[in-house]
Design a protein. Structure first.
Length: 66
């Protein structure tokens, strides 16, 4: 377990919100794209942002707060 400060917790929560917005945005773009390469790029970026989101959430759940 990691000890983090309240400020670090707030930063992690803000980053999680940002990643959530990125996921939603790339999913929207992939649905709207007509170009297959651009659609594939947006889907890939959405998956990468989801992985980052999950990694942050997993680290957050195993942390102790100071």
């Amino acid at each position: 377990m990691h000890n983090i400060t309240l400020r670090e917790l707030m930063d992690l929560e803000a980053h999680l919100r940002l990643e959530g917005t990125n996921i939603t945005t790339f999913n929207h773009y992939s649905r709207e794209c007509q170009d297959p390469q651009l659609k594939s790029f947006c889907q890939d970026m959405s998956q990468r942002r989801m992985q980052a989101f999950q990694m942050l959430a997993n680290n957050l759940s195993g942390s102790n707060y100071q």
